[in-house]
Design a protein around this ligand. Structure first.
Ligand code: ATP
Length: 301
């Protein structure tokens, strides 16, 4: 048995339509995911018992116990196949932590693919997707990558066609935002606006035809006009400083800016690689350029 390393992408939600709060507390979503070329690498090496280590950006906020999503993925796979969860999982992080870019979900998908190879459990694609969906609504997309529409809790995926490369600049924040807190704030804002926050009060979420057409065409200007995130108002309400970041990026030449998922990372769509490099210079070390679509979990060695 030798170590297995899997590379996993971050994501940006080019559309995140959030339905009303369901009885079970979850929200139905129409979530248009795009995988972007910012990657974590998860290595599974032979070991006795399960051990997690991490290096890279923001690792102080990454738990190294069984609450780590990568550990949960390994344990779920071991349980299903009746094998001992013996692995040293090492996570090399480059995806901003708690940034709304699904870094933890990416690590879970990476750990699943790496442990499956290390242990020879031979899980089918369907089984992997099932385990991913149990772990969290963004995890199945981290496995498949590319572009996809997620409905239900966001985890029932349909692949989408993308007609070209899109260029992005991501501006991370020092402090993370809790995804459940952002959903609660979204519900609160809906109640405060007098419209109600239940599934009966809010229109059913659906992917916008103009957005899907922009992806198919690979046209950044059309996509810029169609970017939409129903959680953005809630993220800005909890973090008013993000509005300044959004304004600064557009003033510096971005085609459009959007809060990524539940934030606080802000994603700017730009026209090409040169524009991305210029915008990175405007924001300094908090900013990273990346292009999309990127492949899903990929074994490197
Ligand atoms: P999403 O976009 O899916 O809502 P996120 O990008 O906002 O997620 P993550 O980076 O996945 O957020 O981390 C959210 C929290 O999950 C962290 O604050 C951390 O405590 C916990 N966590 C568990 N496992 C991991 C992991 N492997 N990497 C990063 N965070 C993890």
């Amino acid at each position: 048995m030798t170590a297995v390393t899997v590379r996993v992408p971050a994501k940006v939600n080019v559309q995140l339509a959030v339905g009303g709060r369901r009885e079970d507390g979850f929200h139905d979503l129409a979530n248009v995911f795009l995988a972007v070329g910012l990657f974590d690498e998860v290595t599974a090496a032979p070991a006795r018992g399960l051990r997690i280590t991490a290096e890279g950006r923001g690792v102080d906020a990454v738990p190294l116990d069984e609450s780590n999503l990568a550990a949960k993925a390994a344990l779920a796979l071991a349980r299903r196949h009746g094998v001992a969860p013996d692995a040293h999982l090492h996570i090399a992080k480059d995806i901003p932590v708690a940034g709304g870019m699904a870094g933890g979900s990416a690590d879970a998908a990476g750990a699943l693919v790496a442990c499956d190879a290390l242990w020879g459990t031979g899980a089918s694609r369907e089984e992997m997707l099932e385990i991913c969906a149990e772990l969290g609504s963004d995890v199945p997309f981290s496995l498949v990558g590319g572009a996809a529409l997620g409905v239900g809790r966001g985890d029932v995926l349909t692949p989408l066609e993308v007609g070209g490369e899109f260029h992005w600049v991501f501006v991370a924040s020092d402090e993370g935002l809790s995804t459940p807190a952002v959903y609660r704030e979204c519900d609160r804002l809906r109640r405060a606006a007098g419209g109600g926050d239940s599934a009966a009060d809010v229109p059913a979420p659906a992917a916008a035809p103009a957005l899907l057409a922009a992806l198919r065409a690979g046209d950044p200007e059309e996509l810029a006009g169609a970017l939409a995130n129903d959680l953005q108002a809630a993220a800005l309400s909890l973090r008013p400083d993000l509005a300044e970041t959004l304004g600064a990026g557009v003033a510096a030449g971005a085609l459009a800016g959007i809060v990524s998922g539940s934030g606080p990372t802000v994603a700017f769509l730009v026209s090409d690689e040169d524009a991305a490099d210029k915008l990175v210079l405007t924001f300094g070390p908090a900013a990273r350029a990346a292009s999309s679509p990127a492949p899903g979990a990929t074994r490197l060695r």
